[in-house]
Design a protein around this ligand. Structure first.
Ligand code: ATP
Ligand code: MG
Length: 274
């Protein structure tokens, strides 16, 4: 393991978010490569404690592994993680273009395994999207970025009022955008919705509810997610994939398929076939 923060050498920047920078780092004594997320702890973003807490307690092949948490300076945390050498599903999409159904079945299978693990630990991710799904060159997919995630006592009785409003609204479920109208199911159902939108995006190559290149406003996104008619999948899409997306994107959270139901959906089972 890595005992001393001073043994780590920054090699380059892998990415950044609103409150963080992620570096590729070298552990000099072992020559091992890691990713290190540097987060400033300010009073206006009290979420950091959740991120480190969640990473410290999770252990799954489908969740990015944490190898240590350091505090190099007061008010700054360094989260050492396994390095995912193909970046995120978003980087892969930009580099290679839209995903085949075979590849998507594999991605769906692994992401669902990750969500199944997290939900069994009473962790809701709350920000599932292509840029938070990390990937290796051999296409192992792991859930990352727990910046807005929460550990709850009981996912079925928790409401979004208690979970904060951070996240990426384009991937948010109807019940999270408008809890009055859509009722509140199990908060785990929100992660399923976000995964459905993500897979659809990876298939068509752009955010699915709008034409490629269009940057919709918050209101336009809410209108289409909560009330609009969804676009059709391209003609060549299989019935299994189309049905899988319908099961993820059921507007009523109580009717939406759960992670364990989706794990035995015919589309996901395609991944197990030789
Ligand atoms: P955002 O606010 O944009 O969601 P963030 O500040 O929450 O970002 P992360 O999503 O955790 O930060 O990481 C930002 C980027 O850094 C990722 O999109 C990815 O490109 C890169 N990255 C993060 N973790 C790793 C890792 N373990 N291996 C390789 N690259 C990583
Ligand atoms: Mg992120």
């Amino acid at each position: 393991g890595v005992a001393d923060f001073c043994d780590l050498e920054k090699l380059c920047v892998l990415g950044h978010g609103n409150h963080s920078i992620v570096y590729k780092v070298l552990h000099r004594p072992t020559s091992a490569i890691y990713a290190m997320k540097m987060v400033r702890e300010d009073i206006s973003s009290p979420c950091l404690s959740h991120e480190t807490e969640i990473l410290a307690c999770t252990d799954s092949p489908f969740v990015v592994k944490c190898h240590g948490i350091f505090e190099p300076r007061a008010g700054e945390k360094a989260i050492l993680m396994e390095y995912m050498d193909a970046g995120t599903l978003d980087t892969v999409l930009r580099a290679n273009g839209p995903f085949s159904e075979t590849l998507l079945a594999h991605v769906a299978h692994q992401a669902l395994n990750g969500l199944s693990y997290l939900h069994s630990c009473n962790i809701v991710h709350l920000d599932i999207k292509p840029s938070n799904l990390l990937v290796s060159k051999d296409m192992n997919v792991k859930i990352g970025d727990f910046g807005v995630s929460r550990i709850v006592n009981d996912t079925s009785s928790t409401t979004y009022d208690n979970l904060g409003s951070q996240g990426t609204y384009a991937y948010m479920s109807p019940e999270r955008l408008d809890s009055q109208r859509f009722g509140s199911g199990d908060v785990c159902a929100g992660d399923v919705w976000s995964l459905g939108v993500s897979l659809w995006e990876l298939y068509v190559g752009h955010f699915p509810f709008f034409q490629a290149g269009k940057r919709p406003s918050w209101m336009e996104v809410v209108m289409v997610i909560c009330f609009g008619e969804f676009p059709c999948l391209p003609k060549q899409a299989s019935r299994e994939f189309g049905n899988f997306l319908e099961c993820c994107l059921e507007r009523e959270p109580s009717k939406r398929w759960t992670v364990s139901q989706l794990l035995s959906h015919p589309f996901v089972c395609m991944d197990r076939e030789p």
